[in-house]
Design a protein around this ligand. Sequence first.
Ligand code: FEO
Length: 138
Amino acid sequence: MTISPINWSEEFSVGIKSIDNQHKKLVAIIKTLHDAIADGEASEILGKIFDELLDYSRHHFSYEEELFKWYGYPDAEHHKKEHVELANHLARLRRKMEEGDNFMGEVLLLKFLQDWLLNHIMKSDKQYAPFLIEKGAK
Ligand code: FEO
C-alpha cells in the first residue's frame, strides 16, 4: 500500500498565522515519516519521529489551549478532550512499537496521522478560528 504525502495547502489555513505555522511544522514531521517509508528507512527512525511528533504536538496543543483561556473560547473543553485523546493514543502507539506488541506498522501509522491531522484541522480547529480571529488572535 502506498500513501500520498500531505503537503501544506492554503485550504488548511485557519487564518491565524502562529497556528498555521505550527500546523505546517506538524505536516512536515508527518512528511518525514512518509519519506522515510518511501526510502525504506522508516524502522530506523520511527522512534525519533514519534518523539518529535509527541513533543511538538504537546507544544502545539498547549499553545491553542492557552489562546482558548486567554480569549475565553466557549468550546475549549470539548476541543481539549480531542487533544488529550490524540496525545494518549500516540503515546500508546509509541509504547506498542517499542515493545513490539501488535504495532500497526509504519504505513498504517502514517495513514492514521495524516487523517487525524487533516480532520482535526479542517473540522475542530476551523471551528475556533472565527472566534479567536474576532478577538484579535494572530
Ligand atoms: Fe491544531 Fe487543535 O490542534
